[in-house]
Design a protein around this ligand. Structure first.
Ligand SMILES: [Zn+2]
Length: 256
C-alpha cells in the first residue's frame, strides 16, 4: 500500500498557498473597480458642471429676451405718448392713456421675471464654480490615485507569481490523480479541496462541513494509507496525527 502522508503534506501546502492566492485575486479584482469608481466620480463632477453651464446660458438667454421685450414696450409707450399730442377727442386720449398704463404694468411684470432670471443665473453660476473646483481638486489627485493603484496592482501580481511558483514546487510532490481530484473539488467548492478533521470533546468533525466522523473514518485517516474524503461534503480529509494524539491524551486525563 502507498503511504500518502508525503502527498498529503505537499497538498496541505498547495491548499494553503492556493487560498492565499485566492485572496490576492480578490484584491487584484478590486483595483479596476476602484479606478472605474474614481472615473465615475470625475465624470459626475463634469456632468454637474455641464448641467450648471447649460442652465446658466439658458438664464442668460432668457434675460436678454426679456430685456428686449421691455425695450419694445418702452418704444411702444414712447410712440403712444407722442401720439397723445395730436389726439383730438377725449375718448381716444383716454384709450391711449389706458394702453400706456397697460404696457407699463406689463413692463413691471417682465422686470420681476428678469429679477428671477438673474437670481437663477447667480445660483447656477455658484453651482458651476463649485462643480468646477471639485472637478479640479479630483483631477489633481487623479493621476496620483491611478499610479498608486497601478503600483498596488504590480505588487499584488508579483506576490501572486511568487505563490504560483511555490505552488508548482509542491504540486510536483503530489500524486497526479490526487492533485486532479483536489483541483476539481476546489473549483466546485469555491476554493476548498481539502479539510482537516477537527476535535470536539467526544468526537471529531469534518473541518469543512462540521459533520461528525465515524471511528472507522478516524482510524483510516490516522493510517494515511489511502486518501479519505468526507462522506457529507466530499472534500479530501486529513487528520493531524500529532493533534489527534494530544487531544486523545487530554481527554483520557479528563475522564480519569
Ligand atoms: Zn465534510
Amino acid at each position: 500500500m502507498t503511504d500518502f502522508s508525503l502527498h498529503v503534506e505537499a497538498l496541505k501546502k498547495v491548499q494553503e498557498l492556493r487560498l492565499r492566492t485566492d485572496k490576492l485575486d480578490k484584491e487584484i479584482a478590486k483595483i479596476p473597480k476602484a479606478i472605474d469608481e474614481e472615473k465615475r466620480t470625475v465624470d459626475g463632477f463634469k456632468e454637474q458642471a455641464d448641467d450648471a453651464k447649460h442652465e446658466l446660458l439658458k438664464a442668460k438667454a432668457s434675460i436678454t429676451d426679456l430685456e428686449s421685450q421691455v425695450k419694445a414696450k418702452l418704444d411702444y409707450i414712447e410712440k403712444l405718448k407722442v401720439s397723445l399730442y395730436t389726439v383730438k377727442d377725449n375718448q381716444t386720449y383716454k384709450k391711449t392713456q389706458e394702453e400706456i398704463e397697460h404696457n407699463e404694468r406689463a413692463i413691471s411684470d417682465i422686470e420681476t421675471k428678469i429679477l428671477e432670471a438673474i437670481e437663477r443665473m447667480e445660483s447656477k453660476n455658484a453651482e458651476l464654480l463649485s462643480a468646477e473646483s471639485s472637478l479640479a481638486e479630483k483631477q489633481a489627485l487623479h493621476d496620483d490615485f491611478i499610479s498608486k493603484k497601478n503600483r498596488d496592482l504590480a505588487e499584488l501580481e508579483k506576490a501572486k507569481a511568487a505563490f504560483i511558483a511555490e505552488i508548482e514546487k509542491y504540486e510536483v510532490a503530489v500524486e497526479k490523480g490526487l492533485l486532479d481530484r483536489f483541483n476539481r473539488l476546489r473549483t466546485m467548492r469555491g476554493g476548498t479541496g481539502l479539510a482537516f478533521a477537527q476535535p470536539e470533546p467526544d468526537y471529531w468533525v469534518c473541518g469543512n462541513c462540521q459533520v461528525q466522523l465515524t471511528h472507522q473514518e478516524i482510524s483510516l485517516l490516522l493510517l494515511q494509507r489511502q486518501i479519505c474524503t468526507c462522506q457529507a461534503c466530499g472534500v479530501i480529509m486529513v487528520i493531524e496525527n500529532d493533534l489527534y494524539h494530544r487531544h486523545e491524551e487530554a481527554m483520557k486525563k479528563k475522564r480519569k
